[in-house]
Design a binder for this molecule. Structure first.
Ligand SMILES: NC(=O)C1=CN([C@@H]2O[C@H](COP(=O)(O)OP(=O)(O)OC[C@H]3O[C@@H](n4cnc5c(N)ncnc54)[C@H](OP(=O)(O)O)[C@@H]3O)[C@@H](O)[C@H]2O)C=CC1
Ligand SMILES: CC(C)(CO)C(=O)C(=O)O
Length: 347
């Protein structure tokens, strides 16, 4: 008998739009076995599995489950589990609210073994993970998918699953090892033959390019509760907010050594199909009462700009408003209390 090569042991943390479609691609490709960590959708999915309508895998998939479903991040040491080869993080990355990504995954990380794959929006999301797990390979993933969980366990996947995966420099991991890990992950993700995982040898370029869209459209949509079609029809939202924010990101990227194409802002302004009336993910989050990923999407590029001496007046105002909105969500969730303290500056 010919022995089958063993499947990669994958832990996926956060099974919403991006995560569920990632788990589906990995499992159906047959080169990975996925343990998915679910939270609010755990009960619904345990009972009925996921229902998926997908432009790539087909409509009407019902009752689908990955190999293992759990409702909290497992502790490899305490539960005597086989180490996870890959820990794929597809939660929203909310850097200003604990537990943060590096804290969430802690029980599952086997030092020096588990490759941590962050498939999330934003800049510098890799840094706190590398600081906490300096001996583990960290891969940076930028997803271009359109995938939404419309009700617990129901996924609408309506834009192609294209994900760029590349190594992120880490002091105690050789370039050779992190390149090999990224190539391996791309291989197991592509094995289903329906999606496009791309090995990314220029992660900073990919992240800054994506920020052109996310820092501007996601943020302004969140503040105005407005889709990108309406912004374009209004014209003034593009002229006064979106384009200036995009150009500030472009200048900051340039100062950081990343040359984006001259027409990048004009291309990104028009990138959504005209009739989609699309609300980017951060806007969807605030409308659901969820925390927003503004620190990595606006805060980090703004801080990079400050370090590099680039002026970003529009991003600063956007950041201030988003931080105020996050404070209101924190209050609604009981994380901050509107009470004076002895050291309040403005009392
Ligand atoms: N959706 C898209 O089309 C795109 C998304 N992205 C990016 O991809 C990332 C994932 O986005 P998306 O899939 O839309 O997000 P979703 O909000 O759809 O899913 C995130 C999932 O993570 C879960 N989660 C959060 N924290 C934990 C935790 N501590 N333990 C277990 N589960 C947890 C959430 O559970 P709960 O419901 O309980 O909060 C939710 O199920 C984000 O960074 C986003 O910006 C990038 C491109 C496109
Ligand atoms: C625009 C999109 C869907 C790009 O994939 C995105 O990144 C978001 O909504 O946050």
């Amino acid at each position: 008998m010919i022995s089958q090569p063993s499947k990669a042991n994958v832990l996926l943390v956060g099974s919403g739009g991006v995560g569920t479609m990632g788990a589906y691609a990995l499992e159906t490709g047959g080169k990975a076995e996925v343990t998915a960590v679910l939270r609010s959708n755990y009960e619904a999915v345990s009972k009925q599995g996921f229902s998926i309508d997908s432009i790539e895998h087909g409509d009407g998939i019902v009752g689908w489950k990955p190999t293992t479903l759990v409702n909290r991040v497992p502790s490899v040491a305490e539960e005597g589990l086989k180490p996870f080869d890959f820990i794929v993080v597809t939660t929203k990355n909310v850097a200003d609210v604990s537990p943060t990504v590096d804290e969430v995954i802690e029980p599952a990380v086997t030092p020096g073994h588990s490759v941590i794959v962050l498939v999330q929006n934003g800049l510098n999301i890799e840094k706190p993970v590398i600081a906490k797990y300096p001996g583990n390979t960290v891969l940076s993933g930028v997803s271009l998918i359109g995938a939404t969980e419309t009700a617990w366990g129901k996924i609408r996947h309506d834009d192609k699953d294209i994900v760029k995966i590349g190594p992120y420099k880490s002091p105690n991991v050789t370039e050779q090892d992190s390149t090999a890990a990224a190539q391996k992950f791309v291989e197991i993700y592509n094995a289903c033959g329906k999606v496009e995982a791309i090995y990314d040898d220029n992660v900073p370029f990919t992240r800054w390019r994506k920020l052109i869209y996310n820092s501007s459209f996601n943020s302004v949509a969140t503040i105005l509760r407005m889709d990108t079609t309406r912004m374009r029809i209004s014209e003034h939202v593009i002229d006064n907010l979106i384009r200036p924010a995009m150009l500030e990101i472009k200048s900051t990227a340039k100062a950081a050594g990343i040359e984006l194409p001259d027409d990048i802002a004009e291309v990104m302004i028009r990138v959504d199909p005209k009739e989609t009336y699309f609300k980017p993910s951060m806007c969807q989050d605030i409308e659901k009462g969820n925390y927003i990923e503004f620190e990595n999407i606006v805060g980090e590029p703004m801080r990079e700009a400050e370090k590099l001496g680039v002026s970003t007046p529009v991003l600063k105002i956007i950041y201030g408003i988003l931080k105020g909105l996050q404070w209101k969500t924190m209050e609604a969730k009981g994380l901050v209390v509107p009470k004076w303290s002895d050291d309040s500056v403005y009392g």
